[in-house]
Write a protein that binds this ligand. Structure first.
Ligand code: SF4
Length: 379
């Protein structure tokens, strides 16, 4: 049985945030096609059922977009069908739904839990009202804390997303927000730097010189301060952007970073499944939700060769504190991952940018701010 996770994309939000380049569109919530979208997902699952033979389900992640806009009944119908499509499921099956504070009502959290969701990941982003306004979010600090309470009352595991690197934000400001978030009982936090993406409202403002972002030095200070604040509270910095109390790591994400197979369902969803010949096929579904509901369909599909799999394995695996299992990576790709990288590897080992312990390659935490350059060198 090959361990496989499932990602379900919910492609709508009540409002498009000005920094967001995810595949999601604003929708009038009253017109959401709750059941029609679930029907389309079930049709896609049926089409892909053959590829699920010999696979064990390890996690399901409802992401978006804003899955907490979806009715519990529709989400539950999809979840039950996914679980029914696998021959086996892991005893540690993890089922997560991303949620936004303004749509995660007490009733919605309870309905998700009733449907089988055991982990809620909340897009808190900040606990400072001015910064939430700057980010164009629909909730304020009080609503974020209320939603965290609803989540904790419904499910055992609650995670929060936090953004940093806003103009004018100091490392002390960030540390205060982290302390407040931890006081609310969160046991897993994804802390991301604000990045300016082309094609977004912030991207346009930045291009026109009307939006400043944090300087690299300020970003580095915030990154390091966040690490200290989380570690003081007993959280491990287990991936560049993720912190968890022991046992609270996101199993779905770990599976992905370790190069595991995943099925993507829904508009704009990406999937990647190993094939019998040692290769893997990665695809991306039609991005347009209307077209997806009418006819499903893939927008892109590619076969990953051995070097693609090695590059991806290094890029994702080196983001984790545990690093990359080189033996597993070579086995997955069918060739030794070191081949052709001997000089770059020797150079980075010499500088202390990477450490090789047996078959495991990792980037020491004090070098994580240099990660992009290190990975590019090993490509
Ligand atoms: S709620 Fe999340 S997915 Fe939706 S637009 Fe905002 S950042 Fe993007």
């Amino acid at each position: 049985m090959r361990d496989t996770s499932v990602y379900v994309h919910f492609p709508w939000c009540a409002k498009k945030c000005p920094y967001c380049d995810f595949a999601t569109r604003k929708i009038d919530v009253a017109t959401l096609p709750h059941e029609a979208y679930a029907d389309a997902l079930l049709r896609e699952l049926e089409v892909r059922r053959g590829a699920l033979r010999g696979r064990r389900l390890t996690s399901v992640f409802f992401g978006g977009g804003t899955p907490s806009l979806w009715s519990g009944a529709a989400l539950g119908r999809v979840l039950a069908a996914i679980r029914g499509a696998f021959e086996e499921e892991s005893e540690a099956l993890e089922i997560t739904a991303e949620s936004n504070p303004n749509s995660l009502t007490r009733a919605r959290a309870a309905a998700f839990a009733e449907a089988g969701v055991g982990r809620l990941s909340l897009g808190v982003q900040s606990l400072d009202d001015a910064r939430l306004r700057f980010l164009g979010r629909l909730h304020d600090r009080t609503e974020a804390l209320t939603a965290l309470g609803h989540a904790a009352a419904a499910v055992e595991r609650v995670s929060a997303d936090l953004m940093f690197g806003m103009p004018g934000q100091s490392a002390d400001d960030l540390a205060r927000e982290i302390d407040q978030l931890l006081e609310a009982g969160v046991r897993h936090v994804s802390a991301y730097a604000l990045t300016i993406e082309p094609g977004t409202q912030f991207g346009e403002l930045h291009r026109l010189g009307k939006l400043r972002v944090a300087e690299e030095e300020a970003y580095a200070q915030m990154f390091e301060r966040a690490e200290r604040a989380f570690e003081a509270a007993g959280f491990a910095h287990y991936e560049v952007s993720n912190y968890a109390q022991p046992g609270e790591e996101a199993r779905h994400n770990l599976h992905y970073w370790r190069g595991g197979d995943y099925l993507g369902l829904g508009a704009a969803a990406v999937g990647c499944l190993s094939e019998a010949d040692g290769g893997a096929r990665r695809w991306k579904n039609t991005v347009d939700a209307g077209r997806y509901m009418e006819a499903l369909g893939e927008e892109e599909s590619e076969t990953l060769g051995p070097q693609d799999r090695i590059r991806e394995g290094l890029m994702l695996g080196l983001r984790m504190a545990e690093g990359v299992d080189g033996a597993a990576l070579s086995a997955r790709a069918g060739v030794d991952w070191r081949r052709g990288r001997e000089a770059a590897l020797a150079r980075r080992l010499e500088r202390g940018d990477v450490v090789l312990e047996g078959e495991r390659l990792r980037v020491p935490r004090e070098r994580w701010l240099l990660l992009d350059g290190i990975v590019a060198d090993l490509f």
